[in-house]
Write a protein that binds this ligand. Structure first.
Ligand code: GLN
Length: 306
């Protein structure tokens, strides 16, 4: 017997499947091959229940959702003061790939490309190397071992000259120190980590659960870092659509050009959607609509008084 939550998600999935606007990203061939009909929704609660519908087990690249997780790692490595000096927490109002730096070269926030590249450069390689640390940390959020889509990694680099330009510009300002090519390669790698909507729902549920994965019980972020990540997602997570998003949906969220979106309801649940066709901001059309629908039906907007 299907649970009422699964039945409800099935209805939402069926209705939103008819939305056929937008196109998969064309910034790399792997992204351009994203299935326009692929559509999955997953919810994970902070007490560890997972509900899935549609293509919630389909793997795709995490892309910009990675930025929130790498920000957590850099904050754990260096603390707030050190990271804040190099990466601000102001919404830029610009598109995700805008070359928007402050006059001292500091990016506005860690969730646009410039800020994300600077963030990755701050991740301590430790003994095992930065890539291994990134995979391990993301795996703690998702609750399973993740891997890199190698074709995507190669293509992000091959078609990554705009990101490369931002990296070198920030190096010239001293915001990025050390090997900028390595930092860029690690950024391309983190964008290419394969995930499913189910994985992302668990990532979101971990953020909703004060940094502890609700299924494995493993801590992925300290409470202070977890809270900071959510704060920045609230103001900057949906790029140049962040203001509208907060007004209409009212839940901290992060999208990626692979077609993924996560939304976090603190203390309650994480929501994730996969659907490759994107809107003009680079967010999944069906993903945005699913979040809007759930926020309305379930009264999830932060300003809603019960
Ligand atoms: N890899 C993409 C880039 O760097 C990620 C962008 C995104 O998901 N918005 O351009």
């Amino acid at each position: 017997m299907e649970s009422p939550i699964s039945q409800y998600l099935g209805t939402v999935h069926r209705e939103i499947s008819t939305l056929d606007e937008g196109q998969p990203s064309h910034s790399t061939p792997v992204l351009a091959e994203g299935d326009p009909d692929g559509f999955g929704i997953a919810i994970a609660t902070v007490d560890g229940h997972v509900y899935e519908v549609g293509d919630a087990g389909q793997e795709f690249t995490i892309q910009s959702i990675s930025k929130a997780l790498s920000y957590a790692i850099a904050l754990e490595d260096h603390g707030f003061g050190f990271v804040d000096e190099r990466i601000d927490v102001e919404p830029s109002g610009d598109a995700f790939n805008e070359i928007s730096l402050q006059t001292n070269g500091r990016p506005d926030n860690p969730l646009i490309n410039a800020g994300a590249i600077a963030t990755t450069a701050l991740i301590d390689p430790g003994r095992e190397g930065r890539a291994a640390r990134i995979l391990e940390a993301y795996g703690r959020f998702a609750g399973r071992e993740l891997h890199v889509d190698e074709a995507s990694h190669r293509q992000e680099s091959r078609y990554g000259d705009r990101n490369r330009a931002m990296g070198y510009l920030m190096k010239s300002f001293g915001i990025i120190e050390g090997d900028v090519e390595q930092a860029l390669d690690d950024y391309f790698l983190q964008c290419s980590i394969s995930v499913t909507a189910r994985d992302l729902a668990l990532v979101a549920a971990t953020l909703a659960n004060n940094g502890v994965n609700p299924v494995t019980g493993v801590r992925a972020a300290t409470p202070a870092v977890n809270a900071r990540v959510l704060s920045v997602m609230s103001t900057c997570g949906m790029y140049d659509d962040s203001g509208h998003w907060m007004t209409e949906v009212g839940i901290p969220a992060k999208s990626g050009v692979g077609g993924g979106i996560i939304a976090v309801l603190s203390g309650e649940m994480g929501l994730a959607v996969y659907s490759p066709p994107l809107d003009e901001h680079g967010s999944s059309v069906r993903g945005v609509e699913t979040c809007r629908r759930l926020a309305g039906d379930l009264q999830l907007h932060f300003a809603h008084a019960t």
